[in-house]
Design a protein around this ligand. Structure first.
Ligand code: ATP
Ligand code: MG
Length: 320
């Protein structure tokens, strides 16, 4: 029995995840799904956004589909998704960016870097410790190298080793692992890489980088494919896996039924591929392409479709 946990979360997460799950669940009615309520709304009611029991439940799932969670500007509120990523040790954040003539996989280190959580406020300054460990760098390097091998492509190591000492370690370990594995690789400074990625996307295959650089680079890469509403992601560890759109809860458009569900549907397709149903993932992607080509698009892509009607069109295309 395949168990899937579904966490819509806040904002547009509550609109795009039901549409994505409707498609996945219709293709696989045999999946046993369960919902877990986490997020800001829950926090307002109970003072906790995600409990130990929730984490235990998530650990019982074979895969998790996650929407987005609003992080309010309250200093006592701890980011739920950061907590989940850490407690399930989802150290690799895979963010594919695929378009006409390019097929890029951004591999973002997901467990340390500037998101180490080691930070404090002093009287006249605030400090965040950027942790880059040998083991953390090695395991993300190996995950990226495996992907480069599978795809038969080049590996780019995004870093800022010219300025930041912790990136010297990251770069050197990635280069060492890539050389050992015999994959073709190159180390690039993250700032010039961000520009070159937009100018020459076809030159890139797998890009591995540290936590915040990977976050920013993938949003930037959204420019190549029509914006944040299009980008899915996977958070993978050695035991657990969580799939979520790259975008957040987008409070500005929440509640209007106009959020683009493509990122969420594609995240669901990545979940299916992870569970061994690559053929379904390919069918879903083809259906999304066909629906968009027919002019059915949400407003962020210049169309008039709603979240719901786009999802219905994809289902119709899939014959489900
Ligand atoms: P959060 O703090 O949860 O990340 P945010 O305000 O940063 O929220 P994002 O979700 O990161 O918002 O998105 C940034 C902007 O991109 C949003 O304001 C929204 O206009 C647009 N956007 C993001 N996702 C989508 C989507 N699925 N469909 C349409 N527009 C989107
Ligand atoms: Mg955001």
């Amino acid at each position: 029995m395949t168990r899937v946990a579904v966490l819509s979360g806040d904002g547009i997460g509550q609109e795009v995840i039901p549409v994505a799950w409707d498609i996945i669940g219709s293709l696989h009615p045999e999946f046993d799904s369960f919902e877990v309520e986490v997020g800001y709304a829950r926090w307002k009611k109970s003072g906790v956004a995600c409990t130990d029991d929730d984490i235990t439940a998530l650990k019982e799932a074979d895969a998790i589909l996650f929407g987005a969670i609003t992080t309010p500007p309250d200093p006592c509120y701890r980011s739920v998704i950061l907590g989940i990523r850490q407690r399930l040790d989802l150290y690799a954040n895979l963010r594919p960016v695929k378009g006409n003539g390019f097929d890029i996989m951004i591999v973002r280190e997901n467990s340390e870097g500037l998101y180490s959580g080691i930070e404090w406020q002093e009287k006249d300054r605030a400090c965040t410790v950027r942790v880059v460990s040998v083991e953390g760098s090695r395991r993300i390097a190996r995950a990226a190298i495996r992907l480069a091998e599978e795809r038969g492509c080049h590996l780019t190591i995004g870093n800022k080793a010219n300025v930041i000492k912790s990136d010297v370690l990251f770069r050197d370990i990635c280069c060492h692992e890539a050389a050992e594995a015999g994959v073709s690789f190159e180390a690039c400074y993250i700032d010039s890489l961000a520009l070159d990625l937009l100018l020459h996307p076809a030159s890139y295959g797998v890009i591995v980088t540290t936590n915040i650089f990977g976050d920013i680079l993938s949003d930037v890469a959204g420019y190549l494919v029509g914006g944040l509403g299009m980008l899915p992601s996977a958070n993978i560890g050695d035991r657990y896996a969580l799939f979520e759109p790259v975008h957040g809860s987008a409070p500005d458009i929440a509640g209007q039924g106009i959020a683009n569900p493509v990122a969420a549907i594609r995240s669901g397709a990545m979940l299916l591929e992870y569970l061994g149903h690559k053929d379904d993932a390919i069918r879903i992607e083809a259906a999304i392409q066909t629906v968009i080509k027919r002019g059915i698009k949400t407003p962020d892509l210049g169309g008039m479709a709603t979240t719901q009607s786009f999802g219905e069109a994809v289902k119709a295309e899939l014959g489900i």
